[in-house]
Write a protein that binds this ligand. Structure first.
Ligand code: C2E
Ligand code: CA
Ligand code: CA
Length: 717
């Protein structure tokens, strides 16, 4: 017998000394380690002190007998096998002991082989039981674990059988879908799907049968089980196949799937989409969506050779309402106008708000001119009834212009333009009417589509933008400041540089709202840059004389600084020499106040005016910008060169910052460097850039312009 294998320890309990020792001898011979106890009491104390695997227990003993020892074992829940040893007289009690959990019974007298065999059997059985117990425990543990994972998953997890009936789902079904497990298991999956998605949902089963193993990210809507809510779930599912024959038959058993709740994500995305394509006040389509619809409608009309109508609608007296009753009433009126217009339309028509009090309407398919004019007529009539807004009875008639495809234009821009022209025509002819476009209207187009009218609209329609042109330090090439320049992107007139509209804006006074817009944009951008640590030393804004002359100009600037929580020293205002000449004293006072706020003043286009240098001393000027007309070819032009040299020397003498504008080539740059001009601005370094592009430059923080001119490469002049 191999003692190494058999080392379980056995406690032998018997009150007969002879029997006890002979038993131990036998056990020893068979490789079992044993210990003896001569009575129940010493047996219990032995059990308390050591671990035994088996106890050979005599039942009949004086004092504490075998039964009591067994009771004690049961009470302490010891994991030990008991073989009771008993003579004939106590056979009944031995049977009782077996019932109470003894593993086996040995009848005195016994053969030693019989005893050893019983011991071996009992121990083997016990080992097996222990192993099973461990496996069971493991299984239970892992099952518990999986169940936990499946049930605490934030996703809905399920299995369907091959016909689409639910065979399992996790606890999430309750909190997510509002159904109990019982309500779901056994039901066909389609009974939970939102009707409109029923067909798409078929793919949960169908594709799999066609051999596809999985569907991924399929969005399906499910009405909530108990609440009035429609959930959007993103499904990922996998086929379950019979693998028992090694996967040879690939018999389809059903699906296993996971569905994620994407309702909120979907809502957020929809909201963003909605906001991008709708006018938030009226809920109507915005210009962008309208153009999309129009583009589609034109393509369809071209393909199927039908006619479409585009209408431009404008309220005749909206401005009066807005100006006299205020924006709140104005807004309420617009909402009501939108509702009334919608009432005049058919399904499939697109109504959009272009901005302000202008609306556009697309009738994507009409059989004749008359059906367009009928609709226009209906609208005019509807607007003959006054609105009741916040207690005010308001009569706001409509002027409508109509352009037809293909008659009056075969593309978006022409159609919109011509409908707009027709609308102006109907206004000119007395308002509260509609007018079909005709080519003859173009004769008077110029007047109605004058820059002025367009500029008014541009303000309402947010068509102005600002760009930023870097100003660089001549020595380092790095950005030291930037000039804010306005742009007008007109859908009708195209991309307009400021010189094409600023003079007229100055003349008409529109420069003031434009200038306010530019200042607000610049301050807003400065705040962003400040928050991100990208703020350049200086942001320069062009100030028109008309704006500066406003009584509240200084207050406006102060208010902007407060509003955007910025300090004056971040900004520079570019004014021109001519502004100093007009109404000199009054301007000086304002410039002083601005200067007192820390804002720097630059004299723009310097050199083109007549100001003498001594004259400049009267004004709080920090910077001089050498006009770009001195730049082209100046490096080779003796006259220009001497003017620039004079300006540079003068500026240095007066301790002024000097910026050369319109620097386009390396020779100019080289000369400016030699003349110790501090800063330069021009295409050689960068064109004016969008806020996005200039921010990228600020992030890079690299020198601009030709690197080989930098000091380390030496300026040999
Ligand atoms: P400015 O103040 O002298 O602005 C510089 C003009 O020179 C800008 O033209 C700029 O794009 C252009 N420029 C810059 N570098 C170069 C170069 O290397 N070569 C050439 N050929 N041109 C260069 P922009 O933006 O067309 O502005 C023209 C004028 O319009 C400005 O002249 C300014 O007087 C006026 N302006 C622009 N934005 C505003 C504004 O927001 N408010 C006011 N009141 N006037 C503005
Ligand atoms: Ca300027
Ligand atoms: Ca200039």
């Amino acid at each position: 017998m191999n003692a190494l294998v058999k080392q379980p320890s056995i406690l032998v309990v018997d009150d007969e000394p002879h029997l006890r020792s002979s038993l131990c001898a036998i056990l020893d011979f068979h490789g079992y380690a044993s210990m003896m106890a001569d009575c129940g009491k010493s047996a219990i104390s032995a059990l308390q002190n050591s671990n035994f695997e088996l106890i050979l227990l005599d039942l009949c003993m004086p004092g504490v007998d075998g039964h009591q020892v067994m009771e004690w074992i049961a009470e302490k829940q010891l994991d030990i096998c008991v073989i009771v040893v008993s003579g004939d007289t106590s056979i009944d009690s031995a049977i009782g002991a077996l019932r109470r959990g003894a593993s086996d019974f040995l009848r005195k007298p016994y053969e030693s082989d019989e005893m050893v065999l019983k011991i071996e059997n009992v121990l083997a059985k016990r080992r097996l039981e222990r192993e099973n117990r461990a496996i069971n425990l493991q299984l239970k543990e892992s099952e518990r674990w999986y169940r936990y994972m499946v049930n605490s998953s934030p996703d809905f997890i399920y299995t369907l059988d091959a016909d689409g009936f639910c065979t399992f789902c996790n606890d999430r079904v309750q909190s997510l879908l509002g159904y109990s497990k019982e309500e779901v298991i056994g039901k066909h999956f389609s009974s939970f799907i939102y009707a409109e998605d029923a067909e798409a949902a078929q793919y949960v089963i169908r594709e799999r049968r066609a051999g596809e193993r999985a569907i991924s990210n399929l969005e399906i809507r499910i009405p909530h089980g108990s609440e009035e809510a429609l959930l959007t779930l993103e499904f990922n599912s996998f086929g379950i196949y019979d693998e028992t024959d090694g996967g040879a038959t690939q018999r389809y058993l059903g699906t296993y799937g996971v569905a994620k709740d994407v309702t909120e994500r979907k809502k957020a995305a929809e909201l963003i989409m909605y906001q991008a394509y709708h006018d938030l006040l009226t809920g109507l389509a915005n210009r962008k969506l309208f153009k999309d619809h129009l583009e589609l409608a034109i393509a369809q009309a071209r393909r199927y050779k039908h006619t479409l109508a585009l209408m431009f609608l404008d309220l005749d007296r909206f401005k009066v309402v807005n100006d006299t009753l205020g924006h709140v009433v104005g807004d309420h009126l617009l909402i009501e106008v939108a509702a009334r217009l919608k009432n005049c339309l058919r399904e499939g028509d697109t109504l959009a708000r272009q901005g302000g009090d202008e609306f556009t309407l697309l009738l994507p398919q009409i059989d004749s001119k008359e059906s367009a004019t009928r609709t226009a007529d209906k609208i005019i009539k509807a607007f003959g009834v006054p609105f009741n807004i916040d207690g005010h009875e308001l009569y706001v008639p409509m002027s409508i212009g109509i352009a037809l495809y293909p008659e009056n234009g075969d593309n978006i821009d022409t159609l919109i333009k011509n409908a707009d022209i027709a609308m102006y025509d109907s206004k000119a002819k007395g308002r509260n009417r509609y007018q079909l476009y005709s080519a003859s209207m173009n004769v008077s187009f110029d007047a109605r589509f004058s820059l002025e009218v367009q500029m008014h609209k541009a303000l309402e329609r947010d068509e102005f933008q600002v760009v930023y042109q870097p100003q660089i330090n001549i020595i380092t090439g790095k950005i030291s400041g930037m000039e804010v320049l306005v742009r007008w992107v007109s859908p009708l007139l195209g991309y307009l540089p400021p010189l094409e509209f600023i003079p007229l804006a100055e003349e008409t006074g529109l420069i003031i709202p434009i200038s306010e817009f530019v200042l607000r944009s610049a301050f807003g951008q400065a705040k962003l840059w400040k928050q991100t640590g990208l703020l350049p030393e200086r942001i320069a804004v062009n100030i028109s004389s008309r704006h500066l002359e406003q009584d509240d100009f200084v207050d406006f600037i102060r208010q902007l600084l407060d509003e955007y929580e910025l300090i004056g020293s971040m900004f520079e205002m570019e004014i021109t020499e001519s502004m100093l000449l007009n109404d000199g004293d009054h301007i000086i006072e304002k410039l002083r106040m601005i200067s007192d706020m820390g804002i720097k003043i630059a004299l723009d286009d310097f050199g083109t005016g007549y100001s003498s240098l001594s004259y400049l001393k009267k004004f709080p000027i920090n910077t001089i910008k050498i006009d770009q007309s001195f730049m082209p070819g100046f490096a080779g032009d003796a006259n220009n060169e001497s003017i620039i040299t004079a300006i540079c020397t003068m500026a240095q003498g007066m301790n002024l910052n000097l910026i050369a504008e319109g620097v386009e080539d390396v020779d100019q740059y080289r000369l400016l460097h030699a003349l110790q001009c501090n800063e330069a601005q021009g295409f050689l370094f960068s064109k004016p850039l969008s806020s996005h592009d200039i921010t990228e430059l600020l992030v890079k923080d690299a020198p601009l312009g030709p690197q080989y001119l930098r000091p380390q490469h030496c300026f040999n002049l």
